[in-house]
Every structure is written in structure tokens, then in C-alpha cells.
Design a protein around this ligand. Structure first.
Ligand SMILES: [Zn+2]
Length: 553
């Protein structure tokens, strides 16, 4: 009897000890970024989600209802750099998708690397990433980025990534660059299946996941406004969308399946997630929802269908990982930015909205008349403020703006010096003239942004968080909610310091994550520090925090 009691006591003690022990570290961490997936998609389309996709995260994971990017340039490059490194663009160096280089006098794409075969690498990325730190802590760890878009895969995976893989739609194949020691055999064997995949998806039909009766309530897609959708690669502007090429497929939700299939193949062939004490990290960028959103707009039937199909793709992917890794894996899901309505659709809904065109003139432009509408207006206003008179007939070499790369104006310094004008005076004139344009919410000179301002808040603070003096331009402009930088008369975009663009989902699931709904004001930049804390090392920017869902930080 005494022995029995003793055994019971020992049993009780050990179980309570185990209950208090730290949860075991995951062997595989998957971070999924759904490109252009606004926060409200997780609530608007919630009734139509499967059991095991977003609902797994919503019911048994941690969900953050107020995760907003704290910076202004809510674009794909800055977003994925933020997710991968935990630093805002001012510190990650990825201030926008593209910026203008004053030495070579040409635009620079954020992941361009002329020295690498394949053309892309993370050379422009400044800080250590989550993956870099993981590999310092656990030398056996492997870190990968996989996406349709090169910049998503490369910027999340970081500088020391084992490899990053992306899709070349023209070649209908996944690829990488000489920056990485990538697995050519894996890529070639996967690429051999792509043609058949496209053939098996020759049409995008509306799925049955949303009952027809509900569609009108959760979308705004009247026949009369379909001409404001962008027609690409023969897809048309209404269901069913014929798919005739890999380019077209990327513009449908089927692009997600291609990326997730590749990610699974990668996890298998590189034997990731083994119990070797060195956790592996895979970043997955689902880029297709962004292409769908740009073309058809967030209020469209297409975006609704894309969201519920993405949910099924996640369900399928999650259950495959469950089968392989049980509870030894964890997942974080977020997005690189949101999106705004197609301006014509927003106006049809009674909102103030519009397109602002600062498009760079092409080589054949001769006079002010050849400039895009707001660009011409801005040039005239700048000239007037500086005491010059210009008309539509003025020659193009009388312009003060050399180049526009949203959100920044790069000034024509050769002309400013020739005219012996004070540079600061010119910048202030450009700033003030920009503020007079309809749809503009703010404008800042780089001198203002280089001077510290501890009082900065709102739009100004957001602009500061995505400003780096050597890349960001002379005058930075932000647009009011509803307004977009426009390069065409159709479709829509994102990239502003407004809620529609900044507010995204942030969800975590796995061992050591306290399930629940968290209303704390957080940012996707917190993910790096949070995952670092779970894995036992420091990562992410100094202004970020460990998310409160971590059970034992
Ligand atoms: Zn994006």
C-alpha cells in the first residue's frame, strides 16, 4: 500500500513537472505570406471558410485583430523584408519595390543584383534576418524562401538563406540565382510537371464555396463597372476565365497550389523538419492573390473566390504537414499589405476616390502637353512658386522633376544648379505644390525627414519609418484614402499609409502558442522577434516586441 502511494506521488510529481516544462521547440517553422490579403478578408469571407484552413488558426491558434504595418510604403518588397527581418523599411533598406539610383541615373528594383547569374539576390537588404539568426544559433538549420515572386522569396529568406526559389512565368518554371547554392535537380524535376498542371487547370470557374445568394452582399461587382477591371493574358474580366499560359495561371488562385506543391516537394527532398535539434524555416509567399486583386479589385467576385480557394489550399497544406510532422511543426500566416478598391468602384459606393498620375514621360515626350495629368499640373505649380511661367507648350527640359518612383520625386539637380536655385527652396516648392494636388494627404522633403522629430505621428511617422536618405528621393508624397498612383485607367493598387493598405491578418499556430483572439496593437514586423523568442535567440528590430501569444517567452 505504501509503495503504491509512493508510486502515485512520484507519478503526480513528474506529470506536474512535465506540465510546467517548456513546450518542445518545433522542428519545422512555416511562415506564409498571402500577398495582398487585407485583414477584412478573414472576417468578410469567414462563413465560407473550410474547417482546417483559416479556421484552424482562428479556433486553435492566436489571431491578432489589430496588426498594422507602421510605415508608409505598403508594397511587396518592403512587406516581405519586414516579415523576414523584423525591421521597418527605414532599417531593412527595402524602402519600396523600386527606387532611383542617382549614381547610375536609373531605377533600381529592390532585389536586382547584376552580379548574380539569374539577376536577383538580397544584396540590397541591410539587416540580419530571422533566418540569418536561426543559422547562427543552430548551424544545422536550413532556411528557404518559396514564392511566385522573386522579391517575396528572396526578402523573407534573408541574406544567408540556404536557397530562395521563385517562378518565372515566361519560362513556366521555378528558378533561383547564383547567389544561392540551389538544388537544380529538385527544380528540374518539379518543372517537368508544370505544363501538365497548367493543362489540368484550363479554366477558372467560380467555386461553389460561397452561395450565390450571399455574393451580392459581400461583393460589389456590377456588370457596368467590369470595364474598370484589368484584362490580362486573355483571362477576360468575368467568370469563367480561360487559362492559356503560365502567366495567366499566376493571375488565378491556382498559382497558390503550384507554390504550395513546390514547398512540399522542397520539404521532402531536403528532409526538413527532422528531429536533429536544428529547426528548419520555410517562408512561403502566395503571390497569386495579389495579381488577382490588382486586376479585379477587392470588391470583385474574383477576390472573394480567390480568398475562399486560398483557404482550401491552406487546409490541404496544413493537413499534409500534420501527417508528416504531427505537432512538431508550427505556422505563422500574415500578408505583406492590403489594397484599396478600384477607384471607380469606390465612387459607385459613394466614397471619395480617384487616380493620381505621375507616370514618367516616355522618350518621345517633347512638351508639357506630353506629361501625365497630375505631373503636368505639379510642374506648372512648382514653376509658378519659383517665379517661372510655363504652359502646355513649354519644352520638356523645363521640368523640375527628373523621375517619379512612388512615393518619391527625384529632382532634376542639373537644371536646378544651372538656374542657380537654392536646393532647399526648390524642395519646399515641390512639397507645397504637391500638397495642393487633389488626393494628396501629405508631402515631406528629405531634409525634413533627415532631421529628427520625436513628436512625429500619423502619416509623418509612417513616412519616416520607410525613409532612407540614400534611396528615398527628394520629396515624398502620400495619398488620401481612396486615391491611388495610377499608371492605367483600370485595376487598383496599394502602397499608402492608410488602414486598407496597412491592416493585415497575423495568426500563429503550434506548440507554445496560446490560442485566442488578441486585440493588442501589433505589427507583422513583430513576427521575427516572436519566432526568435520561441527558438531561443534575439531577432527583429529594437522597436518590435514578442507577441503576447507566446506561452513561455
Ligand atoms: Zn504584395
Amino acid at each position: 500500500m505504501r509503495r503504491l502511494l509512493l508510486t502515485l506521488l512520484v507519478l503526480l510529481l513528474t506529470t506536474s513537472l512535465f506540465a510546467q516544462a517548456k513546450p518542445t521547440r518545433p522542428d519545422l517553422i512555416v511562415v506564409i505570406s498571402i500577398d495582398q490579403f487585407r485583414y477584412d478578408y478573414t472576417t468578410r469571407f469567414l462563413p465560407y471558410f473550410s474547417e482546417g484552413g483559416f479556421n484552424r488558426l482562428l479556433r486553435t491558434g492566436a489571431t491578432f485583430t489589430h496588426a498594422l504595418y507602421p510605415y508608409a510604403t505598403t508594397e511587396t518588397g518592403p512587406g516581405h523584408a519586414s516579415i523576414g527581418t523584423g525591421y521597418v523599411p527605414a532599417r531593412s533598406g527595402i524602402v519600396a519595390n523600386d527606387w532611383y539610383d542617382r549614381i547610375s541615373n536609373s531605377p533600381v528594383y529592390c532585389v536586382a543584383d547584376p552580379r548574380s547569374k539569374g539577376g536577383f539576390s538580397p544584396i540590397n537588404l541591410a539587416p540580419d534576418s530571422l533566418g540569418d539568426r536561426l543559422q547562427e544559433r543552430y548551424p544545422g538549420s536550413k532556411v528557404y524562401g518559396v514564392a511566385l515572386k522573386d522579391r517575396a522569396a528572396i526578402l523573407m529568406a534573408g541574406r544567408k538563406a540556404t536557397a530562395a526559389y521563385w517562378f518565372d512565368p515566361k519560362a513556366a518554371s521555378f528558378t533561383s540565382s547564383s547567389y544561392y547554392r540551389w538544388n537544380k535537380a529538385l527544380v528540374e524535376s518539379f518543372n517537368a510537371t508544370v505544363r501538365d498542371f497548367i493543362k489540368a487547370h484550363e479554366r477558372w470557374e467560380q467555386s461553389p464555396f460561397i452561395p450565390t445568394a450571399d455574393l451580392a452582399r459581400i461583393t460589389h461587382d456590377p456588370e457596368s463597372l467590369r470595364r474598370f477591371k484589368t484584362e490580362r493574358y486573355g483571362l477576360g474580366v468575368g467568370f469563367p476565365h480561360p487559362i492559356q499560359s503560365a502567366e495567366a495561371l499566376a493571375y488565378t488562385p491556382f498559382g497558390n497550389q503550384l507554390v504550395l506543391d513546390f514547398a512540399e516537394r522542397l520539404i521532402d527532398s531536403e528532409t526538413l523538419g527532422t528531429e536533429d535539434g536544428a529547426p528548419d524555416l520555410v517562408f512561403v509567399g502566395l503571390s497569386s492573390p495579389d495579381y488577382v486583386g490588382h486586376s479585379f479589385g477587392p470588391d470583385s467576385l474574383e477576390v472573394a473566390d480567390s480568398a475562399v480557394r486560398t483557404d482550401r489550399d491552406l487546409e490541404h497544406f496544413f493537413s499534409d504537414l500534420d501527417r508528416r510532422f504531427g505537432t512538431r511543426w508550427m505556422v505563422a500566416v500574415t500578408s505583406d499589405h492590403g489594397v484599396q478598391s478600384i477607384p471607380e468602384v469606390a465612387r459607385d459606393l459613394g466614397r471619395d476616390a480617384g487616380r493620381v498620375s505621375m507616370k514618367n514621360p516616355n522618350a518621345s515626350a517633347r512638351t508639357f502637353a506630353d506629361l501625365a495629368s497630375e505631373r503636368r499640373e505639379l510642374e506648372k505649380r512648382i514653376a509658378k512658386k519659383l517665379g517661372y511661367v510655363t504652359t502646355d507648350a513649354s519644352p520638356i527640359d523645363k521640368t523640375f522633376i527628373l523621375h517619379f518612383e512612388e512615393p518619391a520625386i527625384y529632382l532634376n539637380w542639373t537644371r536646378i544648379r544651372r538656374l542657380k536655385l537654392d536646393g532647399e527652396r526648390v524642395k519646399r516648392a515641390v512639397r507645397d505644390a504637391a500638397k495642393e494636388l487633389h488626393g494628396v494627404s501629405g508631402a515631406f522633403t528629405n531634409s525634413e525627414l533627415m532631421a529628427s522629430n520625436p513628436e512625429a505621428s500619423g502619416v509623418e511617422l509612417a513616412v519616416r519609418e520607410s525613409f532612407r536618405a540614400d534611396r528615398s528621393g527628394d520629396v515624398l508624397i502620400t495619398l488620401a484614402p481612396g486615391y491611388i498612383w495610377s499608371y492605367a485607367d483600370t485595376g487598383t493598387t496599394h502602397g499608402e499609409p492608410i488602414e486598407d493598405d496597412q491592416h493585415v491578418p497575423l495568426m500563429l499556430w503550434g506548440n507554445g502558442i496560446r490560442a485566442g483572439k488578441y486585440d493588442d496593437r501589433v505589427a507583422p514586423t513583430f513576427l521575427a522577434k516572436t519566432l526568435g523568442a520561441i527558438l531561443g535567440f534575439e531577432a527583429g528590430g529594437p522597436e518590435t516586441q514578442v507577441l503576447p501569444c507566446v506561452a513561455h517567452p
